[in-house]
Ligand binder design. Structure first.
Ligand SMILES: [Zn+2]
Ligand SMILES: [Zn+2]
Length: 118
């Protein structure tokens, strides 16, 4: 007799197996995660077959252009850039750091939270 915990583990195992064997041939357009509605700066693509998130993109904080993982560069904290702040290139990362320093700029507190945790 299975309890709900066993059923859940069985289900998760089957999903993991499906995702591992899937070639992700059919994917969605860019979509926003439900739990981030109202925060427009991260989007993802999902496989229509197995449901796995196979691509993520977010906006460069210096120029506002979309930048797709793994091409994005995250702030490392050494220039007072919160982890999770994403840039399209090193030049824009430096630009952001310069601007932030010059203005004593406030960085929204949710930047570091939602950009590496799917
Ligand atoms: Zn798939
Ligand atoms: Zn940029």
């Amino acid at each position: 007799m299975s309890n709900s915990e066993e059923l859940r583990k069985d289900f998760q195992g089957k999903i993991a197996e499906l995702q591992a064997n899937c070639k992700h041939e059919s994917v969605t357009d860019w979509m926003k995660p439900d739990f981030l509605s109202g925060i427009p700066t991260i989007e993802f693509k999902k496989c229509n077959t197995c449901g796995k998130i196979i691509a993520r993109r977010t906006k460069c904080w210096a120029c506002g252009n979309w930048v797709e993982e793994p091409n994005w560069i995250q702030g490392d904290g050494s220039e007072k850039i919160p982890i999770g702040t994403v840039f399209c290139c090193e030049t824009h990362k430096r630009l952001y750091a310069q601007t932030a320093r010059a203005l004593g700029k406030e960085v929204p507190p949710w930047i570091g939270r939602n950009t590496g945790t799917f």
